[in-house]
Design a binder for this molecule. Structure first.
Ligand SMILES: [Zn+2]
Length: 167
């Protein structure tokens, strides 16, 4: 459930929250997938088994399940708010906590483009997502977008670093 594009918001966010370590920001962008790993290992969510992954057919799953605890819209908002609250305890700064919350939530937005099985709430609720991974050309588009996003995020990161180094 992941592409390298999820790292982009973390890199970019470093420019507005220089006091937060980069690894915290990068992990924040992967929160949903870290939770998915934990929940699927614990048997709370089903492990997605990928059978095909290429630019002809896109991504095909053996059993198309949904993962409401790690990737539902409702829980994703909860995780983002929780991350923001924890960040506030550490940094005592509204801007920093808001940015971290947004980085966490960016994961869901990117997954919304990629997947078509993101529950709004829990099991049985409507599944949403543009599902670009479901076709070869869509999957190719997402792969290119991932690379471009990551490049843009890293570019913003290094520009901000150069700026602070000059000060
Ligand atoms: Zn994901």
């Amino acid at each position: 459930m992941s592409g390298i594009g999820h790292l982009a918001p973390g890199f970019a966010a470093k420019s507005v929250t220089p006091q937060v370590p980069i690894w915290v920001l990068l992990l924040a962008g992967e929160t949903n997938d870290i939770l998915y790993f934990l929940f699927s290992s614990a048997g709370i969510e089903s492990k997605a088994v990928i059978t095909v992954m290429d630019f002809n057919q896109g991504v095909k799953y053996l059993t198309p399940g949904s993962n409401p605890w790690s990737h539902g819209l409702f829980m994703s908002m909860i995780w983002a708010m929780l991350a923001a609250a924890i960040a506030f305890l550490f940094y005592r700064d509204h801007r920093t906590s808001t940015v971290i919350g947004l980085v966490v939530f960016s994961h869901w937005l990117l997954d919304f483009l990629m997947h078509s099985n993101l529950p709004l709430f829990f099991d049985g609720s409507p599944l949403v997502g543009l599902g670009l991974e479901n076709s070869g050309s869509g999957f190719l588009f997402m792969t290119v977008l991932d690379i471009l996003l990551l490049a843009a995020g890293i570019a913003i990161y290094f520009r901000a670093r150069k700026r602070t180094a000059k000060m």
